[in-house]
Design a protein around this ligand. Structure first.
Ligand code: UT7
Length: 331
């Protein structure tokens, strides 16, 4: 058996209709458009309404768009991975529900929790499944309903996050295009800086934890910012080095959209041209596992066969990494 590379062969996406603008946030917490724009680059984000639709609603919509665009028989899908930090329920696989709803009747499915690096880790898993030779079509979805875990009285988090979902199909490639290499890392000590304290095994949900707001996402922004920049830059430098590439060889950097200033810092540290960075944070905010596929969704028409892409992400855990992938098709 010859090992084949796994390439992305289709992209789909979905963002909810409801737009939460900076002006609307000014009415909810003590903030202003100038602060949000200058400190984060975000102008608006999408919010899933009602929340009870669940993350699967967006994942299914993104997957259905991909299936339709690609004219794909869902029964041919072997595996569905849903990268998410906000599954429909703590127990019961969101991916299983998504697979059944889209008609992937011959697939197995699982959720992957890598926080904001969930999609990047999912690319590794999807690629490895393909390269095993056992699977031909792996659907990878990054989807998060961040509005379901945000405290809309906490100005330090509620201005940043949004909801959305993006999907890609991985298939074996005969021309050696697709995922080439990766540097993926964790630092478990980082969990103190970015977490939901209650609702897990250490601190099960109770009326006390809810009263104390411990079921909401808590982030210490400054240290996370610092770790995010230095670790993503390190991972990118390592993956470039491992592949004898320089920054000039790279067509696009597909980076997690957490803060425009983080993207600026990555570009500055690596001496990249700003045109090399794909950016859409101003419209969606930080959608956690959905940021990378939503960039592909928005910029798909710009991407050309054989172009060299660098993906990078950083998130809770801490989790991070950089992945080098060559694009496999023209739209
Ligand atoms: O995706 C997962 C990984 N996450 C990240 O990568 C996020 C990394 N962190 C960040 O992007 C930034 O740290 C934030 C956007 C979260 C915060 O920006 P910052 O420039 O680090 O602000 P800060 O937390 O240091 O706060 C500066 C000031 C504080 O006021 P004082 O203490 O200087 O008087 C905050 O209270 O800004 C204040 N502030 C706000 N003011 C207006 C915090 N949030 C707001 C707000 N509106 N929404």
């Amino acid at each position: 058996m010859t090992t084949k590379t796994a390439a992305i062969t289709a992209v789909g996406g979905y963002v909810p209709e409801h737009v939460l603008t900076n002006a609307a946030l000014e009415q909810m917490v003590d903030t202003n458009d100038e602060w949000i724009t200058s400190r984060t680059g975000i102008k608006e984000r999408r919010i899933l309404k009602p929340t009870s639709l669940g993350t699967s609603f967006m994942a299914i919509a993104a997957a259905r768009e991909l299936v339709q665009k690609k004219n794909l028989d869902p029964a041919a899908i072997d595996l569905v991975i849903v990268s998410t930090a906000t599954p429909d329920m703590p127990v019961s696989s969101t991916a299983a529900f998504v697979a059944t709803e889209i008609g992937a009747l011959n697939a197995f499915a699982y959720d992957l929790q890598g926080a904001c690096s969930g999609f990047l880790y999912g690319m590794s898993a999807a690629s490895a499944h393909i390269s095993s030779g056992r699977y031909q079509k792996v659907l990878l979805i990054g989807a998060d309903t961040m509005s379901s875990i945000i405290d809309y009285t906490d100005r330090s988090t509620c201005v940043i996050f949004g909801d959305g979902a993006g999907a890609v199909l991985f298939e074996p490639n005969d021309e050696d295009l697709g995922l080439q290499d990766e540097v993926l890392r964790v630092d478990g000590k980082g969990r103190e800086f970015l977490k939901i304290e209650a609702g897990g095994s250490m601190l099960p949900a109770s009326s006390d934890t809810v009263a104390a707001g411990k079921h909401f996402l808590h982030q210490e922004g400054r240290p996370v910012f610092k770790f995010a920049v230095s670790n993503m830059v390190d991972a990118i430098e390592q993956v470039l080095d491992q592949n004898n590439l320089t920054k000039n060889d790279i067509d696009y950097v597909v980076a997690h959209q957490a803060n425009k200033r983080i993207l600026d810092a990555i570009a500055k540290n690596l001496d990249l041209d700003y045109e090399q960075m794909l950016v859409n944070i101003e419209r969606y905010g930080n959608t956690t596992a959905a940021t990378l596929p939503l960039l592909l969704w928005d910029y798909e028409s710009k991407l050309k066969k054989n172009q060299k892409l660098l993906f990078t992400a950083f998130g809770g855990g801490f989790t991070w990494g950089a992945t080098y992938l060559t694009w496999a098709y023209n739209t």
